[in-house]
Design a protein around this ligand. Structure first.
Ligand SMILES: Nc1ncnc2c1ncn2[C@@H]1O[C@H](COP(=O)(O)OP(=O)(O)O)[C@@H](O)[C@H]1O
Ligand SMILES: [Mg+2]
Length: 609
């Protein structure tokens, strides 16, 4: 079902507006327009040679030249007819194929050249734009969908510019010139052909598409019922313990019944399609042959021309069919073009496209929240942060605690300026984000999340991620301070050891220390830790804790901690609940509060351990 919706969305009616928008994709074509025009010329030439073939074949089959043609050749020049014997025609035919082969190679090369360059540029731009979109965008859109912008949609556009467009133009030329030749041969027969065949071809194409859609529906249903079988077999314990055997059997029965009825419907249409082809399509060819035979009998058409005529008819018929299906794929490409343009028109963050590492404005690290409220744009009815005031002095270590769902991670996102506050202001060193610039602001921060994502590559690459210019000494120092050396020394290749699928697998604590080394190297003014140690066992927590302490030295640190034992010596602890600041103070002060939330949380954890 989902696939069907997708298909509907993808197919856009070709309207004036959509054509206008599609034009803006053309700017990706313009650097290569010379090649494109050359391709069009080749296309024209190849259509002409294609059209020569039936004529020459006809001559071969019809034994030499037709009378009409002999007259015609005599009219236009001093061509000796006896030269045009069978052998010559054979040689010409071969030469035509040879030229056609050559042109075909060049055509494919030139059109691929244009489209590959064009698509490369488009992909680069789409990716560069996509990665600069604000966080809101990534929360609302599924990653898979964004991925398909880069892969499927751009491929559809590419196909349009390589095969579809070229073929479309070629078919049009074939039809126009072909029909002109037919008219020259026999206007009478051409009329008969034109009122039957093209229509039949177009109907046949759409008929075929409709049938494919029906069989796709059957497949989807089959997938659904297979899913049920798999689910219930894997979860057989549930089925048996809840005694849902009858329920599941009924469910399966109704699902296979749906498959049967859709498949039958599709079978009937398939049968009709076969009958249609036999009766109407072959029928219309029969009409042309019959009419041609009559004309031949009356001496108005000779055998050679008639044979050519039939070959042209088949060729033109195929072109009509081709045009219909190309129209459908252009329609699909229109949908893709719109989707890609929508993405390109989406407002991106002001992250510079080049030299993001030039002149950095160093912040001292003071953060001030003034009456900040926030809700996620995707869920406007749930205010996650409520009228929050918070002042973190430069160099201060502030811990955020609170039950899960209190809004701690959201607060971290706000500090990172992933979102704009719905109300209120956030200032850094007394300045607004817009004054500092998102790029500079974030370059002054380091964020260590609970789940560290490492990129494939070496340990060194990962430490240098975000600080590519760091010297070897700086990298070594960071690796030492973050206790990375401690475990990486065990590998022969040291910092060059590959990690990820093609290398070693790191434990949670090791990944965490790598992330800390990365943050150390960045040397940020503001450090944000979101439950950095909460998924670690206590032995690896110790070395991570050591690394963290090194990291926090001399910076503003906002530490979100699940385990309260890790934040005892924070300068200040802020307790959040339901998006509100409910308590604030030092560890001992908060513990002293009877009925305080911090005290309750602390007691809960104490009793757990
Ligand atoms: N991307 C999001 N979109 C919508 N709601 C979200 C999103 N992320 C978190 N929330 C909601 O915001 C509230 C606070 O979440 P969060 O900041 O992750 O809490 P904490 O980190 O304290 O556990 C929760 O109710 C959560 O459901
Ligand atoms: Mg969280």
């Amino acid at each position: 079902m989902a696939a069907e919706v997708e298909e509907k969305k993808q197919k856009k009616r070709i309207s004036k507006e959509s054509l206008k928008r599609a034009k803006s994709i053309m700017r990706y074509l313009s650097p290569y327009r010379k090649h494109f025009i050359f391709g069009l010329i080749l296309l024209f030439l190849s259509s002409i040679t294609t059209l020569l073939v039936p004529r020459l074949m006809g001559q071969l089959a019809g034994i030499g030249l037709s009378e009409k043609e002999q007259e015609w050749l005599l009219d236009i020049g001093p061509l000796h007819l006896d030269m045009m014997d069978l052998n010559t025609i054979g040689i010409i035919l071969f030469a035509v194929f040879f030229v056609q082969g050559l042109i075909s190679f060049l055509k494919i090369y030139v059109f691929s050249f244009v489209s590959e360059y064009m698509i490369r540029d488009l992909r680069k731009d789409v990716y560069a734009h996509m990665i600069r979109l604000p966080m809101v965008f990534f929360v609302e859109q599924r990653v898979g969908e964004l991925n398909s912008r880069i892969s499927a949609d751009i491929s559809a556009i590419q196909e349009t510019f390589t095969t579809t467009l070229a073929e479309f133009i070629r078919q049009v030329i074939v039809i126009l010139l072909g029909v002109a030749f037919l008219f020259y041969t026999s206007p009478d027969l051409t009329m008969v052909m034109l009122i039957t065949l093209p229509l039949m071809m177009i109907v046949a194409v759409f008929f075929g598409k409709f049938i494919r859609k029906l069989s796709k529906q059957t497949q989807d249903e089959v997938a659904v019922s297979n899913g049920q079988v798999q689910e219930t077999l894997i979860g057989i314990v549930n089925v048996k313990s809840f005694t849902t055997e009858v329920f599941e059997s009924i469910r399966y029965a109704s699902s296979v019944e749906i498959i049967r009825s859709i498949a039958m419907r599709s079978a009937i249409w398939r049968g009709l399609f076969g009958a249609f082809i036999i009766i109407f399509l072959f029928g219309s060819i029969a009409i042309v042959i019959w009419r041609g035979a009559v004309l031949m009998q009356q001496g108005q058409l000779d055998a050679a021309l008639f044979f050519s005529f039939l070959l042209y008819t088949v060729m033109i018929g195929a072109s009509f069919g081709g045009i219909a299906s190309q129209y459908a794929s252009v329609q699909k490409a229109m949908g893709s073009i719109e989707a890609v343009l929508d993405l390109l028109e989406e407002g991106a963050e002001d992250i510079p496209l080049a030299n993001p590492d030039s002149i950095l404005k160093k912040l001292k690290g003071e953060i001030e929240f003034k009456n900040v409220s926030f809700f996620y744009p995707s869920r406007p009815d749930e205010t996650v942060i409520k009228d929050l005031n918070l002042h973190v002095k430069a160099g201060e270590k502030v811990a955020l605690v609170g039950p899960s769902g209190a809004g701690k991670s959201t607060l971290a996102s706000l500090i990172l300026a992933f979102y704009n506050p719905s109300e209120g202001t956030i200032r850094y060193d007394g300045e607004d984000v817009s004054r500092i610039g998102l790029n500079d602001l974030r370059r002054n921060m380091a964020f260590v999340p609970q789940e560290v994502l490492l990129f494939s590559g070496s340990v060194r690459d990962n430490i240098k991620y975000g600080t590519p210019d760091a010297t070897e000494q700086e990298v070594m120092k960071a690796a030492e301070d973050a206790q990375v050396i401690e475990f990486i020394d065990r590998f022969e290749t040291g910092l060059d050891t590959l990690i990820g699928d093609r290398g070693i697998q790191l434990s949670g604590g090791q990944k965490q220390r790598l992330a800390i080394a990365r943050a150390l190297l960045k040397d940020p003014a503001i450090l944000i830790l979101d439950e950095a140690t909460s998924s670690l066992d206590s032995s690896s927590e110790k070395s991570v804790q050591l690394a963290l302490e090194k990291l926090m030295e001399g910076r503003t640190s906002v530490i979100i901690a699940h385990r309260l034992s890790t934040i005892r010596d924070a300068d200040r602890i802020i307790v959040l609940d339901g998006g509100k600041k409910v308590e604030e103070g030092k560890h001992e002060e908060l513990l002293a509060k009877t009925n305080g939330l911090y005290r309750t949380l602390s007691e809960l954890q104490f009793s757990e351990s």
